[in-house]
Every structure is written in C-alpha cells, then in structure tokens.
Design a protein around this ligand. Structure first.
Ligand SMILES: [Zn+2]
Length: 216
C-alpha cells in the first residue's frame, strides 16, 4: 500500500496467484484502496476474498492487451482445478510482454505443473523469471529453466526464512546455466523495466546507507 501510494498507481487488475496467505494476505488492504481494480485468481468460490470483489478465475488462454503490452495466463488449465491437492498447483502463471521484453510470473507452481507448462507452451523464453515457489527445491526443474532461459531469476524470499528458500541446489541450477539470481533479501525492492531487460535495480544497493546491515 505505501508503495502504490508513493507511485500514485491506480490498478486495473490485481492478479493473486493462489489462496496461500503469503500471496493473498495483503489483498483486502490493497483492494480497499483500489476500488476500481478487477480481481483475477485461482481462489475457490467460497473464499473470503469473493465477498470483497468477484474473482475472475485464471485459465490458460486468457489474454488481454493494454497500451501494446500483452498479458497472458498460461496456467492453470480447466482440468487442474479438478482434484488438486495443494493450492500451489493452481497458481496463476502470468506472462507479460511487449514484443521486445518478456516477464514470466510463475506463482508457486511445482515440478509437475512446470513440466506440463513447458511441454504445452511453445516459445516460453522470458527475460525475467519470477522464480517459482520462492526457490523451493520442489520447483525450478531443468525442464522449466531450459524452456524459459531467463537472463534474470528473481527470488522472493525473506532473509533467513525458515524454509531455507532459495534452496542451494536450485541456485546451483540457475548458476550452471549462467542465469543471474537476484533474491529479495539482498536486493530489497527490485525494479525491472522492459527498457533494460537484462538488469534489475536493487533498492538495497542503490539506496544503501552506512547503517544498513549487509547480509552475507
Ligand atoms: Zn508462496
């Protein structure tokens, strides 16, 4: 909310990948300040967010274009909604591109969904990959990395988080492919622009003060 307020942003659509609280916990506050925003997610019909705003269900094939920027939902498929065991499995995967640069926002999909996504989606290459499931060892399989071939992999994970995200073996998989890994504990707020698709601006580096802790 402070960021949106500082940027003066009016949101047209809020996409919440799936129901887990690390993805939806702040949604009521954001929706309260963004009265016009539409909501798109994989949350179920009885989810409390439905009371705040009707939720359009994410489905592969949904797409729209704003100002020359194309948005496409690549996952889940209709069949994924039947009988999934973890909400991660129905994470909305969103691709955003303007023809010159592409971002893939992968939610918390895991290896089974990654394999299906890579198998059915031609030309999955993206400049920036929001690393699936915070860099968990259940995700970022070689099949996905070889299909996406990102220049930058951005991990959203807390400093010394109890899950150990990102997993060492996952970071190694990116390193083997010479993909730059940027994690939020070291980077702070990350800013990426299609004008400079090969780099990310890190607030902790750009706005560093001498009293800031530097994580090892
Ligand atoms: Zn998550």
């Amino acid at each position: 909310m402070p960021l949106l307020r500082a940027l003066g942003e009016r949101l047209d659509t809020v996409v919440l990948s799936h129901r887990d609280s690390d993805h939806t916990g702040g949604a009521p506050a954001v929706l309260a300040m963004q009265a016009e925003a539409e909501l798109r997610s994989s949350v179920e019909a009885g989810h409390p967010l439905q009371q705040l705003r009707p939720v359009q269900r994410c489905l592969t094939g949904q797409q729209w274009t704003w100002d020359g920027v194309r948005f496409e939902i690549l996952h889940p498929q209709e069949a994924d909604y039947a009988g999934f065991t973890k909400p991660n499995a129905v994470s909305c995967v969103l691709r955003v591109g303007n023809g010159r640069a592409t971002v893939l926002l992968a939610g918390d999909i895991e290896r089974v969904q990654e394999a299906a996504l890579a198998a059915r989606t031609p030309a999955l290459q993206a400049d920036l990959l929001l690393v699936p499931h915070h860099g968990s060892k259940t995700s970022s399989t070689p099949a996905l990395l070889d299909a996406v071939q990102p220049r930058i992999a951005l991990v959203q994970a807390g400093y010394r988080n109890r899950f150990g995200h990102p997993a060492g073996e996952v970071v190694a998989r990116y390193a083997e492919r010479r993909i730059e890994v940027v994690d939020s504990a070291h980077c702070g707020a990350a800013r990426w622009s299609s004008a400079h698709p090969g780099s990310v601006r890190c607030e902790r580096q750009e706005g560093r003060r001498y009293w800031h802790h530097q994580p090892p």
